[in-house]
Design a protein. Structure first.
Length: 394
């Protein structure tokens, strides 16, 4: 059995008030050859640089050992015995939650000292039945970890956070003992009830914002929340470059017409061909939203129409440094990035006809540039954003 859904993974963080660096570290990786997703959240003792180093070390080890299919108690033992010990308190301290989603769809969770992971089945709290793992040797003998394994269904969500979330508001009137895991679960369930398709990035963001509010907007610890959302994939088609043979123009148009998802056309010639074959009019925009790029055009039924190579190169540049807090502008490249980020499966159709406009002897061959830029974009989307990317040459 292979899974028939897309896995959206994202996290949001707020640093301890006044700190520039977070003592919580979230790492995730899509292992393409195994079709596997691993995500780890670690909270280092204290805050600031020292906590960040402890958490980075823990999260990196957790990711690598999990990737090697080691047994859960073995992973726990190696991590716990490798962490440096605090000279004052004589304890090595870094908590962790590891979520490993196999290609079969099975999700395995291992956690040590983080607030207990919340699993929502649609908007209901789901109990996967946890087991205890007690370490039996080494300096950590007797330490207890929790693990569970279950098969997620479409629309399930896994939410895990650092104790900056569960202890937020502690000592105040509303939550004298802190916000607590049960209240967080109820809040998450309410958010999903009111917006059933809320994304992982929005859900984790709202939980972090609420925890920050509980602390009267002065975070008393690093606040981190990660969310994993199993859902129907949102699809995007990006066409760039005219087909090699004119006879294929009609093929390109029919692929676009039949595509069940959003469509972007990159390139003037590509847009002309599609408009002609689909008997539509191109309307050119005359406002330059981005001084570096030609403005977009409009074709009825197509989500976005832009210039080709220059725009794609700008998309690649934006994606290199893009993160959750990046503010996108209104230019054509920004609009492409926004659509890409809203979608999960991105299919590129790359036309292989040489563009006459680019046959200046001083310019490298147009097709090679196009292929290279698209491949760079694809690599960023797969590695950094867990998108599924496919190609087709025409």
């Amino acid at each position: 059995m292979t899974r028939d859904f897309y896995i959206e993974v994202n996290s949001q963080q707020r640093n301890f008030d006044g700190e520039r660096i977070s003592g919580d570290v979230f790492l995730y990786r899509y292992i393409k050859e195994e079709d596997r997703v691993i995500a780890v959240l670690s909270d280092g003792m204290g805050h600031g640089v020292k906590a960040n180093i402890l958490a980075t070390l823990t999260a990196t080890m957790a990711l690598n050992f999990t990737r090697e299919h080691k047994e859960v108690d073995r992973i726990a033992e190696i991590i716990m015995n490798t962490l440096p010990v605090c000279s004052e308190r004589k304890i090595s301290y870094s908590t962790f939650t590891i979520v490993d989603i196999e290609s079969s769809g099975r999700a395995n969770i291992l956690e040590y000292d983080n607030p207990s992971t919340i699993i929502l089945r649609r908007n209901q709290i789901f109990d996967p039945s946890w087991k205890k793992v007690v370490l039996d040797k080494g300096r950590n003998a007797g330490k207890v970890l929790k693990t569970c394994s279950f098969i997620p269904s479409k629309e399930d969500r896994i939410i895990f956070c650092s104790d900056g979330v569960s202890q937020s508001g502690m000592g105040g009137d509303a939550y004298p003992f802190g916000w607590g895991r049960d209240d967080i679960a109820t809040y998450a369930s309410t958010l999903v009830s009111s917006e059933s398709s809320i994304s992982a990035v929005m859900l984790s963001g709202k939980i972090v914002t609420m925890a920050h509010k509980n602390d009267n907007y002065k975070a008393r610890d690093d606040i981190s929340c990660a969310a994993i959302y199993f859902r129907e994939p949102r699809k995007l088609l990006i066409c760039t470059g005219p087909p090699y043979e004119k006879e294929k123009d009609a093929d390109l148009a029919s692929k676009i017409r039949e595509y069940a998802g959003k469509v972007i056309l990159c390139g003037g010639t590509t847009a002309d061909i599609v408009a002609r074959e689909m008997d539509k009019t191109i309307i050119d925009e005359l406002v330059f939203e981005d001084p570096e790029l030609p403005p977009e055009s409009f074709i009825d039924g197509i989500d976005l129409v832009t210039e080709g190579i220059l725009t794609l190169q700008k998309v690649n540049e934006i994606l290199k440094s893009y993160n959750n807090s990046t503010r996108l502008g209104k230019g054509p490249a920004d609009k492409i990035v926004r659509l890409i980020m809203d979608c999960d499966e991105i299919h590129f159709i790359i036309g292989t006809r040489i563009n006459i406009a680019h046959q200046d002897p001083n310019l490298p061959v147009d097709l090679e540039i196009r292929r290279t830029v698209v491949k760079r974009i694809a690599r960023l989307l797969e590695e950094k954003w867990l998108k599924k990317v496919s190609f087709e040459y025409i």
